[in-house]
Design a protein around this ligand. Structure first.
Ligand code: GUN
Length: 293
């Protein structure tokens, strides 16, 4: 069994990005600039945005945060989106989700210029990704594809089962794995909460991508001997074994599944570290106008 070390791969990619930024600066060009809009005081959202700022600094990007109280009106938020759409110094920006209930998330996402949508959430980017045009691919699916590629895993013709059909992970990764790219060219099955005979399907998977959002949902009897398992879940569950009283668990029952696998992502340290790195990759592409030239 080989561990897919997301932390190590993420550090490698950050080093590559930093080298490219250094070249830009040596050539008297400005570095990439990522902005984030943060609404309210949700601790998880604040942590995400702080981590994004730190990661930008590590690779030499400029970053800025536009912070608002949770009572900001939809109109004011849309004005800020429009302001960032038109600021030539900002290469890409994200609106941290979730937004307060009185704001229509879809309306806000659709107001972001696709050229600056480094989260890859805008329908234009999702559509372009689906038909194989250059597009910003959202952070987690992009991170998964990068882990597969950099681990030298062959996906062509393989049976890939995706557990979960969310707009931000399951559905896009299922599309990426079925595209005529490398990685890709897999035979993809998407399973979800209503799937019948789930175990029968998952146990035929050469590659099993799990984004079902339930701690330790996938057990050893659901996995084929020699399978490649990508675990997207991250859950803080109570534990008597740690000082904090908590432990991070994935969607996969790691201890019993790992011995059966040829490759597996651990939790933490697998898919997680790749998400912010993917956002940096997209921001570099935005600066270089690689997607929309
Ligand atoms: N909230 C949780 N993850 C994300 C993300 O990747 N992007 C944005 N904008 N909000 C999030």
């Amino acid at each position: 069994m080989e561990l897919i070390d997301g932390k190590k791969i993420g550090t490698e990619i950050k080093r590559e990005i930093a080298e490219q930024v250094k070249k830009m600066i040596d050539a008297d060009e400005r570095p990439p600039h990522l902005a984030a809009i943060l609404v309210g005081n949700d601790p998880a959202s604040e942590t995400y945005v702080t981590s994004k700022g730190k990661a930008c600094k590590e690779v030499g990007f400029d970053s800025s945060t536009y912070k608002f109280e949770s009572d900001i009106t939809e109109e004011e938020l849309l004005e800020t989106v429009e302001f960032l759409n038109n600021d030539p110094e900002i290469d890409g920006f994200i609106v941290q989700l979730p937004l307060p209930d009185h704001i229509d998330e879809n309306k806000v996402i659709q107001a972001i210029s696709p050229e600056k949508d480094v989260d890859g959430f805008h329908p234009v980017n999702v559509g372009r990704m689906t038909i194989g045009l250059p597009a910003y691919v959202s952070a987690t699916p992009n991170g998964i594809m990068e882990l597969i590629k950099r681990s030298g895993i062959e996906t062509e013709g393989e049976n890939c089962v995706v557990l979960g059909r969310s707009n931000i992970v399951g559905r896009p990764v299922s599309i990426l794995m079925s595209r005529t790219t490398n990685p890709g060219n897999a035979t993809v099955t998407v399973c979800h909460s209503r799937t019948k005979n789930l175990k029968e399907i998952t146990s035929k998977a050469d590659i099993l991508i799990v984004a079902i959002g339930k701690p330790e949902f996938v057990t050893a009897d659901m996995v084929k001997e020699g399978a490649i398992v990508i675990d997207v879940g991250i859950h803080r569950v109570e534990s008597s074994e740690t000082k904090s009283g908590f432990r991070l668990k994935g969607d996969v029952k790691y201890d019993e599944v790992a011995p059966k696998c040829s490759f597996i992502t651990p939790v933490p340290g697998g898919v997680g570290p790749m998400t912010i790195v993917s956002l940096l990759m997209n921001t570099l592409k935005a600066r270089k106008k690689e997607i929309y030239s």
